[in-house]
Design a protein around this ligand. Sequence first.
Ligand SMILES: Cc1cc2nc3c(=O)[nH]c(=O)nc-3n(C[C@H](O)[C@H](O)[C@H](O)COP(=O)(O)O)c2cc1C
Length: 130
Amino acid sequence: MSTAVRYYSRSGNTKALAEAIAAAAGVEAVSVDAENAPLTEPADTLFIGGALYAYGIDRHMKEYLKSLKAGDAKRAVIFSTSWISKHALDLIRKGLEEAGIPAEAETFHVKNMPTEEQLKQAAAFAGKFL
Ligand SMILES: Cc1cc2nc3c(=O)[nH]c(=O)nc-3n(C[C@H](O)[C@H](O)[C@H](O)COP(=O)(O)O)c2cc1C
């Protein structure tokens, strides 16, 4: 079962979640603007996360979502951080839908920087899909 973790984070909050999820999966958390972000082999599960900025997602995440193709992942699992709104979850889901990648209904969201406890919860959440 192959797993990939991709994220975009301006100030480290979503990166912390991505790294907790990646550690649970035994893979590397890769920023969507990194050279190795493209999925060179189809993933069974793609964990993908981003934050909300002025009610939108960062352009790097938008571009990454546009680059995805249906064969890149069998399914996706979405996570996010934000101050209040969970709208980034919807925007990422929409991008995945447009790419033809089904996303699990269950998502993981925390307010700003995750606490140690929330990082443990993120790892446990990831475990459901591994
Ligand atoms: C420029 C900017 C705009 C933001 N806009 C929103 C927003 O519209 N709604 C919200 O709930 N949080 C908003 N936030 C809070 C971020 O989503 C939150 O701090 C998030 O955890 C940042 O994640 P990151 O550290 O991974 O970049 C905003 C933050 C910044 C810096």
